[in-house]
Design a protein around this ligand. Structure first.
Ligand SMILES: Nc1nc2c(ncn2[C@@H]2O[C@H](COP(=O)(O)OP(=O)(O)OP(=O)(O)O)[C@@H](O)[C@H]2O)c(=O)[nH]1
Ligand SMILES: [Mg+2]
Length: 229
């Protein structure tokens, strides 16, 4: 997987929960895109009850386990990543591997965090429902109003990070609030962030894991908690 076992430039961290239909294609897409970059692929699995783990291993990924949620899975992956650049990416084939280029280029050029955005020029989503779009828009408005940011997207997990900054963020969100927590802490810590256009495709197969009301409440709670944090 890594071109040079000792030095890894990019770690791609992929949380999975029952993604047996999608994980091989996800890993293949990343490997193809990063064939000239020293990299590792870390799958952090939430104890899937299908063949996700076996398929991930067969295709060369390192597999870690986490039994809490998407956020805690990402945190575990971040903490175990060896690359100077870390990418977070979903396993449902919504995130296009070709966009790894712009995320990695942004970090190489000096940004601390590059956030995929579906709602800036060049971005798009074929996956987000009307309700979720409205919820995301409301949360973007709220975060920008409270924290003085200029984000166009919030609840979207295709991102790149300079590894050094992740340790200092003290991430705590165990579920789908993780992206919101990162976005707010990036502003509070005055990190150098950039949004890059992203095209979110429809989930290719398998079941959606996000529950709109439950996880929406979790995201709102994340925003409120971080006002005083
Ligand atoms: N380890 C772990 N991964 C999870 C958990 N929940 C979701 N994931 C993974 O996180 C990624 C994003 O989850 P999705 O279900 O695609 O959420 P979404 O993109 O907001 O919603 P849809 O694509 O519409 O289903 C996927 O790769 C999931 O398999 C969890 O509890 N634990
Ligand atoms: Mg998805």
């Amino acid at each position: 997987m890594a071109l040079n076992k000792g030095i890894i430039e990019v770690s791609v961290v992929i949380p999975t929960l029952n993604e047996e239909h999608n994980i091989k294609k996800t890993i293949d897409g990343v490997s193809r895109q990063l064939c000239k970059v020293s990299h590792e692929i870390i799958v952090v699995d939430g104890y899937s009850n299908d063949r996700t783990v076996a398929i991930a291993r067969e295709n060369g990924a390192t597999v870690l386990f986490d039994d809490i949620g998407k956020g805690s899975a990402l945190i575990k992956g971040f903490m175990n990543a060896r690359g100077a650049i870390i990418i977070s990416m979903d396993a449902d084939l919504s995130n296009r591997p070709i966009e790894l280029r712009s995320l990695i280029a942004s970090i190489r050029s000096g940004y601390d965090i590059a956030m995929g955005s579906r709602f800036i020029k060049g971005g798009r989503s074929d996956d987000i429902s009307v309700i979720r779009r409205a919820g995301n828009k409301f949360f973007v408005f709220l975060v920008n109003a409270i924290f003085g940011s200029e984000y166009t997207d919030l609840c979207y997990g295709y991102r790149g990070f300079r590894k050094d900054i992740l340790k200092d963020l003290g991430l705590k969100e165990m579920g789908f609030g993780i992206e919101t927590e990162i976005s707010i802490k990036a502003i509070k810590k005055q990190l150098k962030t950039v949004e890059v256009p992203s095209y979110e495709k429809r989930r290719a197969g398998g079941e959606p894991k996000l529950r709109t009301i439950h996880d929406g409440a979790n995201i709102l709670n994340t925003i409120i908690k971080n006002i005083w944090a």
